[in-house]
Design a protein around this ligand. Sequence first.
Ligand SMILES: [Fe+2]
Length: 156
Amino acid sequence: MSERGTNSITKAAEEHHAELWAELTARVYAVIGAVARGADPEPSRGELLDYLTREVVPHLRTEERMVYNLARGAGERGLVAAMEVDHRALLRQVESIKKAATPLEAAMAARAFLVLFALRMEKEEKVLLPVLAEQGLDVRELIEGRPEIVGTPSPG
Ligand SMILES: [Fe+2]
């Protein structure tokens, strides 16, 4: 595979991350803002959970299934084990947002999810994908056409 091909696909993955990050940040801060104002956080918590379920969790699960398996097969077991700790922590935080008994708990869990997501995203972009590319693995072939990882191309 050409280096250009790898670069463009990792760029697509990064752009999709940036989009998820922007949407997620807006929704997390809507929950925090409502709690800070003493307003009802339920509508924004519902929107956050809906976005997590529709977009973010499928992204995390697809990557875990596909990219982590590729890395494990390439002998990167330690790196994958470390990323899986983050993966499980992220899924636990989704449960914490769902089950939060008070608005403050919901806001804290939402913020914790956001911070963990930022770390996970950076590890993928700065460590995992470059390691796979260095090993000559065809990341492009693996993640191309997976809208959960690279987003949906805009028409035209
Ligand atoms: Fe990702």
